[in-house]
Design a binder for this molecule. Structure first.
Ligand SMILES: [Cu+2]
Length: 340
């Protein structure tokens, strides 16, 4: 027993310099330690800190009593809206009214009572030329901007961001291969969890697709089960999601905001409950959001990963030695009085 006590004491004395040294080393640890909480705090803050925007009342969503197209925020959308509002609608309206007037005029003017002896005319060269040429000219007037718009839609500019959109019964998943390949699963937000800033009923989702403003976003659209369709009216974007097939479309939103869409291909029982919410933000906000999802911006990939890893290692090393130093120092410190 005595020898054991002596051994302990000897050990304590032998360790004392080590303990002292450990305590000497310890002050370095607290100095390094604050770095750890700061870095940790940043990481901790970055994740929940991303502030999603609230929807704008008349933008990117249907409005009560609305019957026109949603305000467009892409060049394709502007062209298509012009085509619809300024070209097709006037032509359709004029043509429908013209044909209706002709019918009314014929029905009244040439009714049996007013016109007892019907004309036996069967040919009129002028009128035959007119009713052949006029529709051809009208179709040409429509065809030129129509084909130009179609070509523009398929001529995809170089993509700044690529998103793989996958339809599922009955939700969407989004993958960001350029940003570390993270994946989002986006579901309808249930009514009991929905707040006004999330968006309208049946359109609000739990995970929004976030994209940068004024950047070409390329969508690779596919499906895991049946045919769905990814549609966002304010971008004039609609693309079928077909299992086993990669469809491609794109958009370049020119205005920050929150834009809603829906699955637009009848895909089963909950087809009406798989909305789409696209949040268009500044480049800086986009980078912030990507990091909050654990992704990284292209280019900064290796460059940022290395410095990020280095401080992490530097922080980790003192953090590991500090508790070790404490562990060594404390038993020695307590064992000494205990032995005395
Ligand atoms: Cu669907």
């Amino acid at each position: 027993m005595k020898t054991f006590k002596t051994m302990i004491m000897g050990l304590a004395l032998a360790l004392a310099p080590a303990a002292a040294m450990a305590q000497d080393a310890a002050p370095a640890a607290p100095a390094a330690a604050p770095a750890a909480p700061v870095a940790g705090a940043e990481a901790a803050v970055a994740k929940p800190a991303f502030q999603h925007m609230a929807p704008t009342a008349d933008i990117g969503q249907p409005i009560p009593g609305g019957f026109k197209l949603q305000p467009q925020v892409t060049q394709i959308g502007h062209d298509a809206q012009w085509m619809h509002d300024s070209l097709l609608m006037p032509i359709m309206t004029i043509m429908s009214i013209f044909v209706l007037m002709l019918l009314i005029w014929v029905a009244i003017r040439y009714r049996a009572a007013a016109n007892p002896v019907p004309s036996k005319t069967s040919h009129n060269t002028l009128i035959e030329v007119v009713w052949t040429l006029a529709p051809v000219l009208i179709l040409l007037v429509i065809a030129v901007p129509s084909i130009r718009l179609l070509a523009h839609q398929y001529a995809q500019p170089k993509a700044d961001v690529t998103i793989k959109v996958i339809g599922n019964q009955w939700y969407w998943t989004y993958q960001y291969p350029d940003n570390g390949d993270f994946e989002l699963v986006s579901n309808l937000l249930p009514e009991d969890k929905r707040k006004p800033e999330d968006g309208p009923r049946l359109l609000a989702v739990d995970e929004r697709v976030v994209v940068p403003v004024n950047r070409v976003v390329k969508l690779i659209v596919t499906s895991n089960d049946v045919i769905h369709s990814f549609a966002v009216p304010a971008f004039w974007t609609k693309m079928d999601a077909v299992p086993g097939r990669l469809n491609e479309t794109w958009f370049k939103a020119e205005k920050e905001g929150l834009y809603f869409g829906q699955c637009s291909e009848l895909c089963g029982a909950r087809h009406g409950y798989m909305p789409i919410a696209v949040e268009v933000v500044s480049d800086a906000k986009y980078a912030e959001w990507v990091r909050s999802k654990g992704g990284k911006m292209p280019g900064e990939g290796e460059a940022a990963a290395a410095p990020a890893a280095a401080p992490a290692a530097a922080v980790a090393a003192p953090a590991e030695t500090a508790p070790a130093g404490d562990n060594v120092a404390e038993p020695a410190a307590t064992s000494q009085p205990a032995q005395n």
